[in-house]
Design a protein around this ligand. Structure first.
Ligand code: AHR
Length: 654
C-alpha cells in the first residue's frame, strides 16, 4: 500500500512539474523581413590537415608513389635482399617537379619485389576494381610487372600483370585493372618485377575505379558525397595555415598544383611536425588534389569556390617570415593569374591551361582570400598592396581579409579597425572556443555595422576540452554551435558566410581535433556538429524574419535560442529553436502575418539529454535528425521542445 501511495505521489509531482512549467511566448513577424540570407551562407572549409587530402579525399592508395618524399623509400619496403645496384633511386634534375625515379637493373630472371603500405593501409572493397598504373622508361627492354593486393594477414586478394612495351624509348605510361576479392581497410600492394632488363619506374599508383563521378584518379566517393549531402554554399580551400606554410618556401603555391600530375612538385605537409604529440612524419602534399581539382569539386557540389592565397607572410605561429615589400609583386601576380585561370577565356595563358585540363568554360570565381590567419601592421601593409592592384584590375572579385586568430583582444581590435578603414569587402573571423563562449555569444553580431564590411565566420568550432587538449565533437559542442548560429542567421545581412573547421579527420592519422567529419580508409561519418551544419545549410531560406520574446531577440534568455527565415522558393517559414535546458521547454509561437499558414508542416529534431554523447565509426548516427509532423492552429504553434534539443520547424505559407 505504501508503495502505491509513493508511486502516486511521484506521478503527481512529475505531472505537476510539467503542468507548472512556464509557457514561453514568442512572436514571429513574417511580413517584416530584416534582410536577405546570402545564397552561399553555409559552406565548408577544406584543408589538407588530418590526412584530409593525401590519404583522405584524394583516392590515391599508394603512399610516396613518385619516391619524392624526403626519404625516397618511405612507405615502401623491398620484399627481399636485392643484388647491389639493382634498385636505385635516380635523381634527374631535368625532370620538372619529379626528379626521382626507381631504376631497376635486372640481369637475371629471379623476381624482385617491393611493397607499399598505403596511408595507414589501403581501403579496398570486395568486388570493386582497382587500377594500377605507372610511368616507365625502358633502357634495356625485357621487364614485366605483376601486382598483388594483400590483406592485413598477407592473404592474396587481387592480382594482375602487365608487360612494359619493348618498342618505345622515353617515358611512357601503362596501367592494368583488377578486382579485390575481400574488403579490408588495411590492404597493401606488392609490385613484382620479372624478366631481365633495365628500366626506370615512377608514379606507381593504385586508385579505385569507383571514384566520385568515376573520374580516373579522382576523389573518394563517400567523402565527397557527405559534403554534397550538406549542399554547401561555398568551399574554402586550401586552408588554413597550409596557405602560409611554416616558412615561405613551404607556403602553398597554386601554380605548382596545376598541369600534369607527375609534374606537380610535392612539399612536406606543414602539419607533419606541428604537434609533438601527433607527429606525422609521412605527411606530404603531392597536389594530386590541386587547384583545378578544387574548382571542379566546388562546381560538382554546387558550391562557390573560395580560394585563400598567401599574402607574402609565413605562419606567425612558426617562422612568421615576410617577403620584402619590393618582392611582393610575385605574390600579387599569383592572385591575378589565379583569376585568369578561373575566369579567363581559353585565349588567355592561364585560361588556356584550364581548358587543356578539361574545363573550357570559366569557373566563375567571385571571391578571393588574401592571407589566412595573419595579423599586425606587416599584414595590413601587404594586404593594401594586394587590394590596390586587385581592385584596379578586378573590381568584380570580392576580397576576403583575415582579422587574425581570435575574435577579440588587441590583435582583433587593431585589424578590425584597419580592415574596415580599408573598406575590405569581407572580414574573415576565426573562433575556436569553449561551449560557454558560443552560448554567450549569440548576440555577437546584433550590433555590427550594417553598412560596412561583411563577415565570413571562416573557421570555428566549439572545443569542449580547450585549452587542455584535443576535443571530441560531442552533442554539447554541437548544440552550443547551433545556439550561436541563430545569431549568424539573424544577422545574415552582415554575416554572409560561415564554415566549421577543420573539415576532415582520419582516425589513424589526425593532428587536430575536433573535426566535422571523421573517416577511416573505408568509412565516413558526420559528427553532431556536422548534423547541425547540415540542418542549417539545408534550411537556409532567403529572407531573415524576426522572432522575439518580450520584444527582444532570443539569444539565450532561459537558455533558449531562436532564429527564423522565410524561403521564397519553397514558400516556407523556417523556425530554428534551441532548448539548452535539461528539461523540456513548452512554447507558444505566434506568427503575425497577413498571409495564411496552410498545409502539412514538418519538424526535424536533433536531441539528446546526454550532452557528452558523440557519433563514432561504430555508432555513426547516435545523434541524427528525426523528422516528424508539426502541428499548428491558425497561426500559433504550441510545442514542447525536448531537453537539449535543436528543432527546425517548417511551415507552408500561402
Ligand atoms: O583549422 C585548423 C587551423 O586552425 C587552421 O589551419 C588555421 O587557420 C587555424 O589556426
Amino acid at each position: 500500500m505504501k508503495k502505491i501511495i509513493a508511486l502516486a505521489t511521484l506521478l503527481a509531482v512529475g505531472a505537476g512539474r510539467l503542468f507548472a512549467q512556464e509557457l514561453l511566448n514568442f512572436n514571429v513577424q513574417l511580413d517584416k523581413p530584416t534582410g536577405k540570407i546570402s545564397p552561399h551562407m553555409w559552406g565548408v572549409f577544406f584543408e589538407d590537415i588530418n590526412l584530409g587530402a593525401d590519404g583522405g579525399i584524394y583516392a590515391e592508395l599508394v603512399k610516396n608513389r613518385s619516391f619524392e618524399f624526403d626519404n625516397p623509400w618511405m612507405g615502401w619496403k623491398k620484399l627481399q635482399e636485392v643484388p647491389e645496384g639493382s634498385m636505385l633511386i635516380v635523381n634527374d634534375n631535368k625532370r620538372k617537379g619529379n626528379a626521382r625515379s626507381l631504376k631497376i637493373n635486372k640481369p637475371d630472371a629471379i623476381a624482385m619485389g617491393l611493397q607499399n603500405e598505403g596511408f595507414r593501409g589501403m581501403g579496398v572493397r570486395q568486388g570493386e576494381s582497382y587500377v594500377f598504373s605507372l610511368l616507365y622508361k625502358q633502357l634495356t627492354p625485357g621487364l614485366s610487372l605483376s601486382v598483388e593486393l594483400l590483406d592485413e594477414n598477407d592473404k592474396l586478394i587481387g592480382k594482375s600483370s602487365l608487360s612494359l612495351d619493348a618498342g618505345e624509348t622515353g617515358w611512357q605510361s601503362a596501367e592494368v585493372k583488377f578486382t579485390a576479392a575481400e574488403t579490408t581497410a588495411k590492404a597493401k600492394l606488392n609490385v613484382w618485377i620479372e624478366g631481365t632488363g633495365v628500366a626506370e619506374l615512377d608514379m606507381l599508383s593504385l586508385f579505385p575505379t569507383a571514384t566520385w563521378k568515376n573520374r580516373p584518379k579522382g576523389l573518394r566517393k563517400d567523402m565527397v558525397q557527405i559534403l554534397a549531402d550538406m549542399k554547401p554554399g561555398f568551399i574554402r580551400f586550401p586552408g588554413g595555415c597550409i596557405v602560409e606554410g611554416r616558412d615561405l618556401a613551404n607556403r602553398f603555391q597554386w601554380k605548382k598544383t596545376v598541369g600534369p600530375i607527375e609534374q606537380r612538385e610535392l612539399i612536406i605537409n606543414r602539419w607533419n611536425t606541428e604537434f609533438k604529440n601527433r607527429l606525422t612524419p609521412d605527411y606530404f602534399q603531392t597536389f594530386g588534389l590541386g587547384f583545378y581539382e578544387y574548382f571542379l569539386l566546388a562546381e560538382d557540389i554546387g558550391a562557390e569556390a573560395v580560394p585563400i592565397l598567401n599574402c607574402g607572410m609565413a605562419c606567425q605561429f612558426n617562422t612568421g617570415e615576410v617577403v620584402p615589400m619590393e618582392e611582393l609583386d610575385t605574390y600579387i601576380q599569383d592572385a591575378l593569374d589565379l583569376i585568369e585561370f578561373a575566369n579567363g577565356d581559353s585565349q588567355t595563358a592561364w585560361g588556356k591551361l584550364r581548358a587543356e585540363m578539361g574545363h573550357p568554360a570559366p569557373f566563375n570565381l567571385k571571391m578571393l582570400g588574401v592571407g589566412n590567419e595573419n595579423w599586425g601592421p606587416q599584414y595590413v601593409e601587404r594586404l593594401a598592396a594586394f587590394k590596390k592592384v586587385l581592385k584596379e584590375k578586378h573590381p568584380e572579385i570580392a576580397i576576403i581579409a583575415s582579422s587574425g586568430t581570435d575574435p577579440e583582444g588587441d590583435r582583433f581590435a587593431f585589424l578590425d579597425e584597419r580592415l574596415r578603414g580599408m573598406d575590405i569587402d569581407i572580414i574573415d573571423e576565426h573562433y575556436y572556443r569553449p561551449p560557454s563562449w558560443f552560448l554567450s555569444g549569440a548576440a555577437r553580431y546584433d550590433d555590427y555595422d550594417r553598412n560596412g564590411s561583411k563577415i565570413f565566420a571562416g573557421e570555428y568550432a566549439s572545443h569542449t576540452t580547450r585549452p587542455n587538449g584535443p576535443g571530441r565533437s560531442t552533442w554539447e559542442a554541437a548544440l552550443s554551435e547551433a545556439a550561436f548560429l541563430t545569431g549568424l542567421e539573424r544577422n545574415g545581412d552582415v554575416v554572409q558566410m560561415a564554415s566549421y573547421a577543420p573539415l576532415f579527420g582520419h582516425v589513424d592519422g589526425w593532428q587536430w581535433s575536433p573535426d566535422l567529419i571523421w573517416v577511416d580508409n573505408l568509412q565516413v561519418y558526420g559528427t553532431p556538429s556536422y548534423q547541425v551544419q547540415k540542418l542549417y545549410a539545408l534550411n537556409k531560406g532567403t529572407d531573415i524574419i524576426p522572432i522575439t520574446r518580450n520584444q527582444a531577440n532570443v539569444t539565450g534568455q532561459d537558455s533558449v535560442y531562436a532564429s527564423t527565415v522565410y524561403d521564397e522558393q519553397t514558400k516556407e517559414l523556417i523556425i530554428k529553436f534551441i532548448n539548452y535546458n535539461d528539461k523540456p521547454v513548452d512554447a507558444s509561437i505566434d506568427i503575425t502575418s497577413k498571409r495564411k499558414i496552410s498545409g502539412a508542416a514538418t519538424k526535424i529534431v536533433l536531441a539528446n539529454a546526454d550532452l557528452h554523447i558523440a557519433n563514432s565509426l561504430e555508432e555513426p548516427l547516435a545523434i541524427q535528425p528525426k523528422q516528424q509532423t508539426a502541428t499548428y492552429k491558425g497561426k500559433t504553434i504550441k510545442e514542447s521542445f525536448p531537453p537539449y534539443s535543436f528543432t527546425v520547424i517548417k511551415l507552408p505559407v500561402k
